[in-house]
Design a protein around this ligand. Structure first.
Ligand code: SF4
Ligand code: SF4
Length: 374
């Protein structure tokens, strides 16, 4: 009969950072939280995230008796600085499509369970962080993230993976609580550029840059374009400023060669001009929250970032993209970006655009960009 210690030994040998156990009881307080905050989380159900169903582990495995939580330390190696500036780190080595990294480890772990007569499921919609805290693996920060209790220098650069199993194991003591030091004056809340963090370990996901970069439906509202800064996809600001993450961030780490090898595909200019084939072969396998129908969103985000860079070397790229795109959300953002870069060259180009496009949303964006005084 397989024991807890046998499972822990196997998980660690496969490369997981930590292992914890909790019961398969429903996550009642999380259900209440989702119910109380329908306004903020209602979109998640229509996006197919099924968060409400995920509060009951038996919804994925009716014979569920325990949850084994595995910890992946996704920031064990450094990422190229060019990528860290524009992308959340947790997305940089995501193999959920390519299935050649973490997925191999999870598969091997489940095979081990199966060989020992244990049925398992790895659902996407369980509250993974809450499950990890209930399994005694870490505490929360006011940025709503989980901080490891034993690994990764107790930082938040971790990904909990929940494995629901049909075998009962004694649970670990829960650590479901806030772990922030009193002396930290809410650095994450102050640093969040879009005011998504609400101060009581709550977040309005609709205001978070991560949500805005891949779930936003229209052209990014003007008042958010500057605050969203240099992020194309995801955001790490509330983790970068956190003193609980300083010990990890203070190290020299070897470079992640898998990620370094694909960095060229994520250069801003390449993304701004990509076609569907490029997107499907180079981008989507690694960052897949947006489908090929949403390439416009990628281009709009990249145009915004180019504008926020205030680097006039991007002007020719933006002009070319204005000519080659028909989507008005992309073209409108390009106009904004030229205004943000500013200077006489960008001004003359905007004046030329306005002669050809002086109506509708694009005309308004061009006029506003010209009057922005940059
Ligand atoms: S990820 Fe960025 S936008 Fe989202 S809460 Fe943190 S700092 Fe704010
Ligand atoms: S920045 Fe401060 S308040 Fe925010 S998660 Fe880190 S320690 Fe907690």
């Amino acid at each position: 009969m397989i024991t807890r210690s046998g499972i822990i030994e196997k998980a660690l040998s496969l490369g997981f950072g930590d292992v914890g156990f909790t019961t398969a009881e429903p996550f009642d307080s999380h259900r209440e939280c989702l119910r109380d905050r329908q306004e903020e989380y209602g979109w998640a159900e229509s996006a197919g995230l099924a968060l409400m169903a995920g509060v009951d582990p038996k919804s994925v495995l009716p014979t569920a008796k325990s949850i084994i939580v595995l910890l992946d330390e996704y920031f064990r190696e450094a990422f190229p600085a060019s990528l860290e500036s524009n992308f959340g780190r947790c997305y940089l080595d995501d193999d959920r499509i390519t299935k050649d990294g973490l997925a191999v480890m999870i598969k091997a772990f489940r095979s081990f369970l199966r060989d020992n007569g244990i049925d398992s499921r790895v659902p996407f919609n369980l509250p993974h962080r809450v499950a990890a805290a209930r399994a005694g693996m870490g505490t929360f920060g006011k940025n709503c993230l989980l901080y490891a209790g034993r690994r990764a220098r107790q930082s938040s650069w971790i990904l909990p993976i929940t494995v629901v199993v049909d075998r009962e194991f004694s649970p670990d003591d829960p650590t479901v609580k806030m772990g922030c030091p009193d002396w930290c004056r809410n650095a994450c809340i102050a640093a969040c550029p879009t005011r998504a963090l609400k101060g009581n370990c709550a977040i309005d996901p609709r205001k978070c840059i991560s949500y805005l970069t891949y779930f936003g439906k229209n052209i990014t509202p003007r008042e958010l374009r500057e605050p969203m800064g240099m992020y194309v996809y995801g955001c790490d600001i509330c983790q970068n400023v956190c003193p609980r993450n300083r010990p990890w961030l203070s190290q020299e780490l070897p470079v992640n060669q898998r990620v370094a090898a694909k960095a060229k595909y994520f250069e801003l200019s390449a993304l701004l001009h990509m076609d569907r084939d490029y997107f499907m072969s180079k981008v989507w396998p690694h960052m897949f929250y947006m489908s090929h129908d949403d390439i416009w969103k990628w281009k709009m985000n990249v145009a915004r970032v180019m504008g926020n860079s205030r680097d006039d070397r991007y002007i020719p790229e933006l002009v070319r993209a204005f000519e080659e795109n028909s989507d008005e959300r992309v073209r409108g953002m390009i106009a904004w970006s030229l205004g943000r870069i500013g200077g006489s060259q960008a001004g003359k180009i905007l004046e030329g655009f306005l002669k050809k496009e002086n109506k509708g949303m694009i005309g308004e964006e061009i006029s506003t960009a010209l009057n922005s005084g940059s």
